[in-house]
Design a protein around this ligand. Structure first.
Ligand code: ZN
Length: 345
């Protein structure tokens, strides 16, 4: 294949927009709440360079705000998302499959509001309804911590809590399905994973994770778990910051290895994108916060050619080099998530 035809294929595959289901945007907008036009000045260029059609914008509350300010910070994050979107017409908050279709058609950057960790709800199911009305459309019950819903998987190959979901956690899964809030199994511990699937009836997602086959920590997912998602016609988004514990193995090829591994187990229909680009936040931290993260969870490694959304053309090129055909690449970049949205939203 000539360089010219590869470039044409990359351009064609970008058309229609790429969907990344996990991006820590709201917490960054919240930390920069004294500024205006943060979306337009700090994010728009790279999102456009990557031809992003939609991102999952994850409400996440850092430890230092919990427990008392959790709800307030989460609400403020949603408020910033609305204010910033209003100020930058290239973005659109999407609440239904039709909204998503419209955003993609108009080549806007769609934002799907998601939540990573149920801490803002405390133990109050009514608040899920409130967040739903504000636009919440996907919910991961936990981050790495424990909360009123359940327990997160730890960043080690064993040792997560043996306990599954609480009664509140089970109610939350049921209520999400009733309202139309996509249930996300990213981060949940192995026991909670089984509990969610015992309650859930719709196709589940794991918005951002990696195969334990390549990085064996309970925060990632095992081959058996991958098969359980596949049996229910769910989709697994591949994370870019946990592809390997070793910096030298944190490469674009290893990212594609994760895609290939999951496709081999459950078919290409089960794989999507959940980059979890994090360097823009990480690089703002003082050295002490980086050390704290390394001690508490892990020291993240960033893929050199895929550090933010502007690296997406590099990923598409690599998928072509590795022998994926256009239909398969299209499913990974958007088609599989679109199927989930069609069924849920
Ligand atoms: Zn996460």
């Amino acid at each position: 294949m000539t360089e010219k035809s590869i470039k044409q294929r990359i351009d064609q595959l970008k058309t229609g927009g790429i969907i990344d289901l996990h991006f820590d945007l709201p917490m960054d907008l919240y930390e920069k709440r004294d500024r205006e036009n943060v979306l337009a000045t700090e994010f728009l260029l790279e999102l456009k360079a990557g031809k992003i059609g939609m991102v999952g914008a994850a409400i996440y509350v850092e430890d230092r705000y919990l427990p008392n300010a959790g709800l307030r910070v989460a609400l403020d994050q949603v408020a910033r998302l609305y204010a910033e979107t209003e100020a930058c017409p290239e973005f659109a908050i999407c609440k239904s499959y039709r909204d998503i279709e419209n955003a993609l058609k108009k080549e806007k950057i769609g934002l799907l509001i998601t939540m990573e960790g149920a801490e803002p709800l405390g133990k109050d199911l009514n608040l899920l309804r409130v967040f739903y009305e504000l636009g919440l459309r996907s919910m991961g019950l936990t981050h790495a911590r424990s909360n009123e819903a359940g327990h997160g998987g730890i960043f080690a190959s064993s040792g997560s809590s043996q306990e599954g979901l609480t009664g509140f956690g089970r109610d939350l899964v049921r209520e999400c399905e009733t309202l139309g809030v996509i249930v996300d199994l990213a981060h949940i511990n192995p026991a909670g994973f089984n509990d969610i699937l015992s309650v859930a009836t719709k196709p589940p997602i794991v918005s951002h994770t990696n195969a334990r086959h390549y990085y064996d920590i309970e925060r990632n997912i095992s081959d058996d778990q991958i098969k359980m998602i596949g049996e229910r016609r769910g989709v697994i988004g591949i994370n870019s910051v946990l592809v390997s514990s070793k910096e030298e193995e944190t490469t674009l090829d290893r990212y594609v290895d994760h895609i290939e591994h999951i496709a081999n187990l459950i078919g290409i229909d089960g794989v999507g994108i959940g980059f979890d680009f994090f360097e823009f936040i990480y690089s703002q931290w003082p050295e002490s916060a980086k050390k704290e993260l390394a001690a508490k969870l892990t020291a993240p490694h960033f893929i050199p050619d895929l550090r933010d959304h502007s690296g997406i053309p590099n990923l598409i090129r690599k998928l072509i080099e590795r022998g994926f055909n256009d239909q398969q690449i299209g499913k990974v970049l958007r088609g599989n998530w679109l199927r989930i949205f069609r069924e849920w939203l």
